[in-house]
Ligand binder design. Structure first.
Ligand code: HH2
Length: 289
């Protein structure tokens, strides 16, 4: 039975349970996993509809890769990539009866976010948590849309150069609480703020595993939590045979099942059908019925 559409009601974020799936749609030439495959709006729209059929509640469209060492993409180039795709995807989803599936835009630039909202997006995903563009929170507040705030140590270009923490879970929690507070101070309701520990963003394998272990602590903050672990490199550190991103689905599913048991609201993934099934079964096992 399909889950009802994802909503961000004006009540405690934990009302987002059970865990929903956000499907990744990168319109970039260089993303680590799906780079170059969905740049054309028609290809992007077909893939988005397929992900909606597979159970995605949100489709996350991004025009800038944030993989370690990636080159930055300016706002105008992101708008040129993202806007035609958002428009085509929104139209195709509505036509296929998936008007309840949300589109989010993965950007740190308010100009890109605003253009995407105008084209049919209804959620923001900011991996800089509002630090790169001070207009991001005001935009989320003015448009009444949810915003994901992610932790990153440093910048994509250099973030994997020997990241250091004294207490990774404590520091990431404190950062996210401070950024969520800044968003609220700018007028974003608490129910519209989603926090994300930022797996792989300025973290060693040990840091990533500690953060994943601590997912219940992030959920216990009372905020909605998003997790992006799909096909990421720490999986191949645990299981070296999973060398390429496409080899890492079983490890991804293990994390998704754990995240669903821990009460995470959204998992951002490349393989929607498999992750939706894993999240649904783990969630039902967790509640015992
Ligand atoms: N991870 C990536 C991109 N955006 N956003 C959030 N909120 N959380 C994440 O963990 C996250 C994210 C990296 O994955 P991907 O989009 O597949 O790759 P690339 O950055 O190379 O486009």
């Amino acid at each position: 039975m399909p889950l009802p559409p994802l909503t961000f009601p004006d009540r405690p974020p934990l009302a987002l349970a059970p865990t929903r799936v956000m499907g990744v749609l990168n319109v970039t030439p260089d993303s680590f996993s799906d780079g170059g495959r969905f740049v054309a709006p028609e290809a992007a729209a077909a893939h988005a509809v397929a992900m909606a059929r597979e159970g995605a509640a949100v489709i996350d469209v991004g025009g800038e890769s944030t993989r370690p060492g990636a080159q930055r993409v300016d706002a105008a180039a992101q708008v040129a990539r993202v806007v035609p795709v958002v428009r085509a995807v929104r139209g195709a989803l509505d036509e296929a009866g998936f008007d309840g599936v949300m589109l989010s835009v993965d950007t740190t630039r308010a100009a890109v976010a605003e253009a995407a909202l105008d084209a049919g997006a209804s959620m923001l995903n900011d991996v800089s948590a509002g630090r790169e563009d001070e207009n991001m929170f005001a935009l989320a507040a003015a448009r009444g849309v949810p915003i994901v705030l992610m932790h990153m140590l440093g910048e994509p270009g250099t973030m994997q150069d020997a990241p250091r923490y004294d207490d990774v879970v404590g520091e990431v929690t404190a950062f996210l609480e401070a950024r969520a507070g800044a968003a609220e101070a700018a007028g974003v309701p608490a129910s519209q703020v989603v926090i994300d520990p930022g797996i792989g963003f300025g973290k060693t394998v040990a840091h990533n595993l500690a953060l994943l272990h601590a997912l219940p602590r992030f959920v216990a903050t009372g905020r909605a939590v998003l997790l992006g672990a799909s096909r990421k490199r720490f999986i191949s550190a645990v299981w070296p045979a999973a060398r390429e991103p496409a080899d890492r689905l079983p490890g991804t599913l293990a994390v998704t099942a754990w995240a669903a048991s821990a009460g995470v609201s959204l998992v951002r993934v490349h393989d929607v059908a498999a992750n939706a099934q894993a999240a649904a079964v783990a969630g039902r096992v967790m509640v015992g019925g």
